[in-house]
Ligand binder design. Structure first.
Ligand code: SF4
Ligand code: SF4
Length: 133
């Protein structure tokens, strides 16, 4: 999370595009909430200003000048992966740069191309792979 936030020259967990949450108790561990780079992103479909453009390889890119901060994309995200920049009242959108995967010391995260039609991009088992393709 710090690695992601530092990409924007800030040290604030609230400004990271990736979050780690409890899965519901110590025995259940934690879950990572991050954009899965949908091929047909519902977040972009609901945007009334076309402020989210489809990104090659999946996911979306935010055009900040068009965004009115309505929050509809946040509600539409299938995995709850759109976080919010309260400073400017706009969504924090993952750009799939792979910085988080590069800095994960446990190999939990990976950035991989998933060529299966309609599939969500998934992390590999225990080994981080940096292949933004
Ligand atoms: S918050 Fe911005 S990007 Fe999201 S749906 Fe509204 S206008 Fe579009
Ligand atoms: S922000 Fe959510 S809905 Fe949009 S591409 Fe990423 S995972 Fe899919």
């Amino acid at each position: 999370m710090f690695a992601c936030a530092r990409r924007n020259d800030v040290v604030s967990l609230s400004l990271a595009c990736i979050k780690v949450r409890s899965a519901g108790g110590i025995s259940r561990g934690f879950r990572v909430i991050v954009c899965r780079a949908c091929e047909d992103p519902p977040c972009a479909k609901v945007c009334p200003e076309d402020a989210l453009t489809l990104r090659k390889g999946g996911g979306v890119t935010l055009i900040p000048e068009l965004c009115i901060g309505c929050g509809l994309c946040r509600q539409a995200c299938v995995v709850g992966a759109i976080h919010w920049d309260r400073r400017i009242n706009k969504p924090l959108i993952c750009i799939h740069c792979g910085t988080c995967a590069q800095h994960c010391p446990y190999g939990v995260l990976g950035l991989v191309r998933n060529d299966r039609p309609g599939a969500l991009a998934a992390a590999p088992s225990r080994k981080a792979i940096h292949d933004p393709g």
